[in-house]
Design a protein around this ligand. Structure first.
Ligand SMILES: [Zn+2]
Ligand SMILES: [Zn+2]
Ligand SMILES: [Zn+2]
Length: 254
């Protein structure tokens, strides 16, 4: 498992900001937009979301394969890098399946009409992707993905569980029916935007309450804004809970 990006929609540093976090020289305070790559040994690599930073994330971390893409939702910070997958198409000589809920698929077709419109010119300049609507669990190689409905403001989007790992980015609340899907999760990556409450994201205290209920062995927070400097925030978090950072890797059980 490789964490490609841990920043909120603006990224950190934020354009034009002179705050201590945005000017920090700690590399863990440089947060590209939120994304992860699941890389089972010898199995297919699954990218969760295609952020506007996908090109630099792939170059920085040496990502050379993407066998499938799984979307959480269609906000700009999670979809605007889809055009970058042309390089993976070229290297792999194949189209890439993209799994998403119906609303996200519809938004992708609208945003990327040059890919999906029937009159779009065909050729090497267009990403080759195959859209797949999620209807329950699905498998990519050895990994079974269980969609976990979470609330992102008033919108229900998907987090995902894979084995004993769960990834819940862009989450402001967990519906009653989703808690059982998180039972037995050992490693949790969870939205924690900032200390102050926010209408569409968990605050640090709200995220800690989710951690206390799920009781994973370890939890990593993601989708942070510049209000949370890495070292100082981590020093205040309880044992087993840390801020994730771009480039973090860890093992998960499929
Ligand atoms: Zn987001
Ligand atoms: Zn700042
Ligand atoms: Zn969002």
């Amino acid at each position: 498992m490789l964490v490609l990006g841990t920043g909120t929609s603006h990224g950190v540093p934020m354009i034009g900001c002179e705050c201590d976090t945005c000017r920090s020289t700690d590399p863990r305070d440089k947060r590209s937009r939120a994304s992860i790559l699941i890389q089972p040994d010898g199995g297919p690599s699954v990218l969760v979301d295609t952020t506007p930073d996908l090109r630099m994330q792939a170059l920085t971390h040496g990502v050379k394969r993407v066998d499938a893409i799984v979307y959480t939702h269609s906000h700009a910070d999670h979809v605007m890098g889809l055009d970058e997958v042309r390089r993976f198409n070229a290297m792999q000589k194949s189209a890439i399946p993209c799994y998403a809920d119906e609303r996200t698929l519809n938004d992708l077709k609208r945003i990327y009409s040059y890919i999906f419109a029937s009159d779009a010119p065909r050729g090497g300049g267009i990403p080759q992707v195959v859209l797949a609507r999620i209807a329950g669990e699905f498998c990519v190689g050895p990994a079974t993905f269980t969609p976990v409905p979470v609330m992102h403001g008033s919108r229900q989007i998907f987090g995902y569980r894979v084995g004993s790992f769960a990834y819940l980015t862009d989450c402001s609340g967990i519906p009653d029916e989703s808690w059982p899907l998180l039972s037995g999760v050992k490693t949790l990556v969870l939205d924690a935007l900032r200390v102050r409450p926010h209408p569409t994201h968990l605050s640090v205290d709200q995220a800690l309450a989710v951690v206390a209920r799920v009781k994973p062995e370890r939890a990593w927070f993601t989708h942070m804004c510049h209000d949370l400097p890495h070292a100082a925030t981590c020093a205040q978090l309880p044992a087993g809970v840390q801020l994730a950072y771009d480039g973090l890797t860890f093992e998960i059980d499929l």
